[in-house]
Structures are given as C-alpha cells and as structure tokens.
Ligand binder design. Structure first.
Ligand SMILES: *Cc1c(COP(=O)(O)O)cnc(C)c1O
Length: 432
C-alpha cells in the first residue's frame, strides 16, 4: 500500500515535534512502522494523506461516537464560531451542557468543566483530598487516569506497551500517596485498607479500557462501593472513556453503583477538548468559588466546545444507539472468534457496549496481569493486515476499539473480510 506522504510527513514532523506527534500512542511505537497522517474523515471513514480509506475504529479514542462530521454537530459548532471563540466569562452553553450531564448521572448535582480527562481526574483527586482531609488514594493496576504525576503508576495502555513503570520526571514524593490494588481483586483493596487509614479516595475505571477492555466482576464492584461507604472513602469513578458510551449517562448505572465523584471527557466534548468532574452538592461546594479547593482554567467551558458537546449529546439521546452498539459489538466478537478458530489462534474478546477488543492469549483476561499475557507480536501482524485491508485500529494491543453510529452493514462486511485475512496472516507468521 502507498504510504509515501505519511512517511514524508513523519520525517518532516520529527524536526519540531517530539517524535512527530503530540500524544505518544500516535507514533505507532508498539506496532512499528510509519504512523498514519490523517487528512480528513467522514461518517464511519477516515482518510490518510496518501488517500487511503479506512473504516475508523479508533474514533479519536472515543469522542467521535456519532462518526465524523455529524451534520447537526457541525452546524452547532459553526453557529457558535460566528459569535467569537472565547470570552473569559460565562455563557449560556455551559449551563445547558451542565444540565444535560447532571441529569444523565444519578447523584450528580453539580459539574465543573475542564479541558481534558487528565484535568478532570487530577481535580477530582484534589477535591476528594479536600473533602476528606486525607491524602492517600488507591488506584488499580492497568487503569489509566491521565498523565498527572500522582496517577502515573501502573497506568496501562501506552505505558503498558512501553513497559515504563510510571515515568521519568515524576518525583517519589508525588506518588508516595498512591497505593496500587489489582483490578477485580477485592482482597488486594482490603489489604491496602488494613495497612493505611488515611485514604481519601479509590479511583477506578468502571469498565477498564486502557489495558484493553476488562469488565469488572459484579461482586467486586459492589463490594468496592460497600467498603468505601463504610470507611468514608470517596469512590471516584473515572468515566472519561465509558461516559455516554454504553448508555446515555455512565457505566455506573449499568453496574448498579453510584460514584461520589464522576470524571468525564472524550464523548462529552464530541471532539472538542472537554473534561468534567461532578458530584453531589455537599462535595462540589468545596470547589472554588463556593469553597476552598482551588481549580481554574482560562479556556474551561469554551463556548465552541460546549456547543459541540451539547449537539453531540442531544443527537446521542435522540438516536439512542446503545442496543445497536451491543448487537454490532457482538457480531464483531463472533467475526474475530470464528476467524481465530479457523486459524488455530488463541484469542479472547472482551467487550462492553461499544467498546471491544481482542487479546491474543489463551488466558481469560480479567486484569492487568492476564491482559499482559497477550502476544503483542501477533497483534502487530494483525494490526498491519487490518490497515492494509482498510480498517484503522488503535495501534496497540492494550487499547479498546470503538464503534460509531455510522458503522454500516457494508462496513461490517469489510471488517469481516479484513479480519479473516489478518488472522490468516497471524497464523502463517506463527508457523514460520
Ligand atoms: C483518556 C482517558 C483519560 C485521560 O483523558 P485525556 O483527555 O487524554 O487527558 C483519563 N481516564 C480515562 C479512563 C481515559 O480513558
């Protein structure tokens, strides 16, 4: 396939950009080869600068749930753009989006908008510390909560593939209050709780999506809620990836638990940089200007981003695509498993709503350790064959694929074809 222009831009980009990217996963490090440079996208498709067309299962890592260039969203953004881009003062759109978001999450009275998921989570942690007066937090191995210092420990995806135990430049003091537990293992949480009594919060991805998709065991998530309530520890549910993905609102409702603080990002901005954290009044009233926890942002609640978020969520609510997502994801699971079986390849497929991904392993994937048993070389072969056959996947074994409402029957046929070819290639490569 022709990738000349991507190669050229990748080379050019190295000069003034770090590795020619602005976020590491885009460099394709874990699958090798040249990263694609994108020209444009439309509906379920994305086009690179060489004119190659792909079905987009990356969807900007989640936000583009309606597919690209949804006309209603585009119209709303254009309308907002004509009124100016930022004012450093409040606008009607913020109130509107806040109402939509709070109504979609039970137990959320107030919300604060920020500019990214990272910012939402780091603010939520500060808030939990302010509210409880405690400093320690517990996070789960393989869960990713953005790139703030305290949370760059055992953090999945990009970090999982690169096997970096955190990051250089993060001082020991910044992570000394971060305790690690194992996903789906309540005993590991209890152990931390016996050792430490000054815990402000436990933070979790309700459906883990940054070590590949890993679902919580219902008992685990239920017990987590019970324990945190008993010990007056806040439960922060990081729905940056899962928010508005599997239902209108969050995964917590599907799992029958309620967060003390919920974090949002990705879909809530519909493709513009928006993050949010919200909670009941008692907690949110700690936040400045009502309370003494400081958190601010020059561009927070940006009017164009708000317009995009509002239009995206309205469309989602109208379309209510969640049953269809479930069906489509199930179909993709079948396609993957059938092709793997035919080619004698060990494969697990995990999915939840519109999040799905295969793991090249015999082991059932229930946590970070089992996710890591995956054969990343096999994924690499699989990935490039999918690209060659017109399907754009996240370039890592440990990222979820995402579905959009634009994915058509024809697209599914193309995916099926690509999967069959890619699995064959994996099998051939394994034999040699
Ligand atoms: C993507 C993600 C983040 C970070 O959001 P950014 O907008 O990339 O800063 C945090 N938590 C989860 C669960 C995510 O998936």
């Amino acid at each position: 396939m022709k990738l000349e222009k991507s190669i050229e831009l990748y080379t050019k980009g190295q000069k003034h950009l770090v590795g020619a990217v602005n976020s590491p996963v885009r460099a394709f490090k874990s699958v090798g080869g040249v990263p694609l440079f994108i020209d444009k996208a439309e509906g379920s498709k994305i086009f690179d600068v060489d004119g190659n067309e792909y079905i987009d299962l990356v969807l900007s890592y989640g936000p583009m749930i309606l597919g690209h260039r949804n006309r209603k969203v585009e119209k709303a953004v254009k309308k907002a753009l004509k009124k100016g881009t930022t004012f450093g003062a409040s606008t009607k759109g913020e109130i509107k989006l806040a109402k939509i978001v709070c109504n979609a999450f039970p137990g959320m009275d107030k919300v604060r908008f920020v500019n990214s998921g990272t910012e939402a989570v780091l603010s939520a942690i500060r808030l939990a510390r302010a509210f409880t007066g405690n400093n320690k937090i517990i996070k789960f191995a393989g869960c990713y909560h953005g790139h703030s210092d305290a949370l760059l420990v055992a953090a999945g995806s990009g970090l999982a593939t690169l096997s970096i135990p955190g990051s250089k430049g993060v001082p020991d003091e910044a992570v000394k209050n971060t305790l690690i537990a194992e996903y789906n293992n309540i005993t590991s949480v209890k152990e931390q709780l016996t050792k430490h009594n000054d815990i402000a919060a436990i933070i979790i991805e309700p459906i883990a999506g940054n070590m590949g998709v890993v679902k919580p065991i219902p008992e685990f998530i239920k017990e987590l809620r019970t324990i945190t309530k008993e010990k007056k520890i806040l439960l922060i549910i990081d729905e940056v990836m899962t928010g508005f993905r599997s239902k209108f609102g969050g995964a917590q409702e599907l799992l029958n638990i309620e967060a003390d603080i919920t974090c949002l990002g990705k879909v809530v901005g519909g493709g513009f940089p928006v993050g949010a954290y919200g909670a009941r009044n008692e907690i949110m009233e700690m936040v400045s200007p009502l309370g003494e926890m400081y958190q601010a942002g020059t561009l927070s609640g940006n009017p164009i981003a708000m317009a995009c978020g509002i239009a995206t969520l309205k469309e989602l609510k109208n379309k209510n695509p969640y049953k269809q997502f479930e069906k489509t994801a199930k179909r993709i699971e079948e396609i993957l498993l059938e092709a793997a079986k035919e080619n004698n390849i060990d494969l697990q497929v995990n999915r939840f709503g519109s999040m799905i991904n295969p793991f090249f392993t015999k082991e059932k994937v229930t946590d970070f350790k089992t996710a890591q048993s995956s054969d990343t070389d096999k994924f690499k072969t699989f990935f490039w064959k999918m690209i060659e056959n017109g399907v754009f996947l996240p370039p890592s074994q440990f990222e979820s694929w995402f579905l959009s409402t634009k994915l058509s029957k024809k697209d599914l046929e193309k995916i099926t074809k690509a999967v069959n070819i890619a699995m064959q290639a994996v099998a051939t490569k394994t034999k040699n």
